[in-house]
Design a protein around this ligand. Sequence first.
Ligand SMILES: [Zn+2]
Ligand SMILES: [Zn+2]
Length: 400
Amino acid sequence: MLSASPNPIHEQYDRQSRIERGGRRWNQAGIADSRALVCGAGNIGASLAVALVQAGFQHVDVIDLDTVARANLSRGVVWRPSDVGQSKATALAAHLHDLNPEIHTTGIVADLRWDVGTASFRRYDLIFLATHDLSSRRHVNRYTHLYPGRSQAIIEGGIADLSFSLQTILVGETPCYDCGLSPSDKDGDVVVGCNGVASAVELPPAGTNGMDGMAVAALMAKEGALLRAGLEPFFAGRELRFEADLGTTQLLRPSWRRSCSAHLRAPLNQLLEFPYTNRTTVTDLCQAVAAQLGVDCEDVHIFSPLLIVAQLHCDCGQAIPVMRPQQASLRPVCPSCGNADGDRFYSEFVSELLTTSSASSLADYGIPNEQGLEVYVGADRYYLVPPLPAVGGSVDPASV
Ligand SMILES: [Zn+2]
Ligand SMILES: [Zn+2]
């Protein structure tokens, strides 16, 4: 007698599919349909991505700029000696693919702030913040809130020494990441030099313990899985803090900060979806937007919300192009005269207003693909974003 053929998917996720919480049953299909973005493939990010794949997430993209160092082998569950020297994002994506060859995963080697368009984050249902620098966390938080799209939650976690914290932010429903920061937290890893150029402070790696990263990663993945399975997460609008020195665990409830501008959300009637890439010329974009709004191109003003292009000038007359503000070293050296005295440089920022009669492409301005732009027509403001792609496709940070 033939037995009914087993359903391998059902079998693979059988244990968690039995979970019920708050009278609701685990919905595995909700997880399978989700798109997750893991920002940072370090200690937390690598373990987190593995946990997501094991929970049944079918689309997990990873962004990181770093390469795997020998010190990473003692932290995170995926790294092998053969990964040392490889880019973390692509090496991690390869391991995820080994775990489940059916999944869609892309390892994106990029700087979150400058290589990834600000309107990319709206493609993802869940955004996991596992980077070690505050400025890229704040950046992702701001633009995930600004552009309505698929984004349901930002799940953030961090470790320091033997302590850890994590929180689940329901986009637009609970206070944002910035709301919970104290003034002294802000821009702690960015300094603005006397030349006006912002640079990331090179901090030595913090002392951390790999096991703490795994603990946080497991909790973050569980929050995401619960949300997408249709169950109540544990830490929505709340932050869990384990303070190792005190031996205490606290559950904080961040409140909305009135002065916070980071959770500003573009009203849907001001959101203009228009198919463009960073190869589109500013003139073509202007004409298309003008036609859609029924106005003249001369009345349309297009801004990039981020200061993209700067140039350093040495007092000998040499100009040094700096495509990203943080690329300017605090101690620039002039390639022409060898001057290394910061006081003898001045910086020039290219206007954030794009010249709408320009045949330059957005990429010529240093703008990555899927960058959200601001459009003004008189006093009316619009937010210009490319349309959300249909199923499939990952962030495409066209090199600039
Ligand atoms: Zn806020
Ligand atoms: Zn010079």
